[in-house]
Design a binder for this molecule. Structure first.
Ligand code: COA
Length: 397
């Protein structure tokens, strides 16, 4: 029997179980397999978190060395994929290119005779390794430069920075990007992960499910927000102009990008870490981006409380990602790609979890269209029936 409950945003609806991560919205806590992200950000690298998510536990020295070896082996892009990237118009949006690139990785990966790829830890590692390389390669190609091959001795974060510039990154920059990737690695059934799980639940393989996740990530209400945060910071220009900016924005019916969250009823725990990083990274130069961001967060909360008494609004993960990534020299239109470089760890683990305990994800909808009525043969339909016919049919119900 059809359910009578309609919940358009699936808010508060539990659609499955996971052992991978837990978002405690009231407490403002995020854990991966029982480890607090603060603890992981301080004591583990991104590669250790990849191992934790894919294998269920933090690695030993030997296991980490094995994983690093595999990542290193898979990091370079096949020539065919590089040729594809070279053929893309240089003004293409980096997220579009990444989505195409990830989908294309499948063509250069081992598959069965029927074309199907294994959804396995190996293919997950393959994707974790290649996603940052695609982002770095496109960064150079669109600037008219040749991509730089990965350095086998560098980690994911260090390699990304190296492949963009050709220079060995400073320890501060490497550590900052590594921490960013740890913080972004997983977040329960967020929209892109859910999308990946829906796709995997049909039996589609890991490359298809990851492509679906990437497509879902790019919207402003999910991973697309941080580049818009940078635009806001640039438009505001000075911390003291933040409040008026927010008032004008809300008056136009727009939202403050990088603020608010469906799950967290307090500050997103990742925002505090990222704020500290943004503050430290911008101390020597670009201080103004941090100061404007700080003023904007306070102003948004103040204005929203005035307009909607009792309502608080806090920074989410995207907000301080903007000044953090910007201070690492990453252009604003690549911020969402960096999000994907971290989240690929979580997507892969969720796809494996879904495939391991699968049930097709297929919800229902309440039908609100016209009642059943007969098809009018085309010869009898009035010549101007177009939209008006649809409207009147809808109104009859
Ligand atoms: N700016 C201004 N107002 C906001 C807001 C924001 N960023 N986020 C929420 N609100 C307001 C809404 O206008 C809404 O008001 P209403 O009830 O009068 O319609 C109210 O707060 C409801 O908020 P909530 O139910 O908590 O939001 P949601 O679950 O529908 O949406 C987001 C969550 C993330 C989509 C939303 O906060 C948002 O659009 N944020 C900006 C984009 C962003 O940062 N995305 C990245 C998310 S990690």
């Amino acid at each position: 029997m059809a359910s009578t409950v309609v919940n358009p945003g699936l808010e508060g609806v539990v659609v499955g179980e996971t052992v991978l991560s837990n978002v405690e919205g009231e407490a403002g806590r995020l854990t991966y397999r029982g480890y607090d992200i603060y603890d992981l950000a301080e004591h583990a690298t991104f590669e250790e978190v990849v191992h934790l998510l894919l294998h269920g536990r933090l690695p030993t020295h030997e296991e980490l060395a094995d994983l690093n070896r595999s990542l290193s082996e898979h990091r370079a892009l096949p020539n065919g994929l590089l040729a594809m990237l070279h053929a893309i118009p240089r003004d293409a949006w980096p997220m579009d290119v990444l989505r195409t690139g990830v989908s294309a990785i499948a063509h250069f990966s081992p598959h069965r005779d029927d074309g199907w790829h294994e959804t396995s830890v190996d293919s997950a590692v393959h994707l974790v390794a290649k996603v940052p390389t695609i982002v770095a390669a496109w960064d150079r190609i669109r600037r008219g430069l040749e991509p730089i091959a990965p350095d086998a001795n560098l980690t994911t974060a260090a390699n990304f920075l190296y492949m963009r510039t050709g220079e060995q990154p400073t320890e501060t920059a490497r550590k900052a990007l590594d921490t960013y990737l740890v913080l972004l690695a997983d977040h329960s059934f967020n929209a892109s992960t859910f999308s990946a799980r829906v796709t995997a639940s049909t039996g589609a393989d890991i490359y298809a499910a990851t492509t679906a996740a990437l497509a879902t990530l790019e919207g402003d209400l999910h991973g697309g927000a941080p580049s818009k945060v940078m635009t806001m910071l640039e438009e505001i220009g000075l911390p003291e102009k933040a409040e008026q900016y927010v008032r004008d924005l809300i008056a136009r019916g727009e939202r403050v990008m990088g603020m608010g969250h469906r799950e967290y009823k307090t500050r997103d725990p990742r925002a505090a870490q990222l704020e500290a990083m943004a503050k430290a990274l911008t101390e020597k130069s670009h201080t103004k981006w941090y100061l404007i961001a700080r003023a904007l967060e306070d102003a948004a909360d103040k204005v929203l409380r005035e307009l909607k008494p009792g309502k608080r609004i806090y920074a989410n993960v995207e907000f301080y990602s903007a000044p953090t990534l910007s201070s690492l020299g990453i252009p604003a239109d690549e911020f969402t790609c960096l999000f994907a470089c971290g989240r690929i760890a979580g997507w892969s683990a969720h796809i494996l979890e879904q495939a391991g305990h699968n049930r097709l994800i297929r919800p229902q909808a309440r039908y609100v269209g016209p009642q059943v009525h007969a098809v009018e043969p085309i010869a009898k339909r009035p010549s101007d029936n177009g939209a008006s016919n649809g409207r009147s049919a809808g109104q009859q119900t």
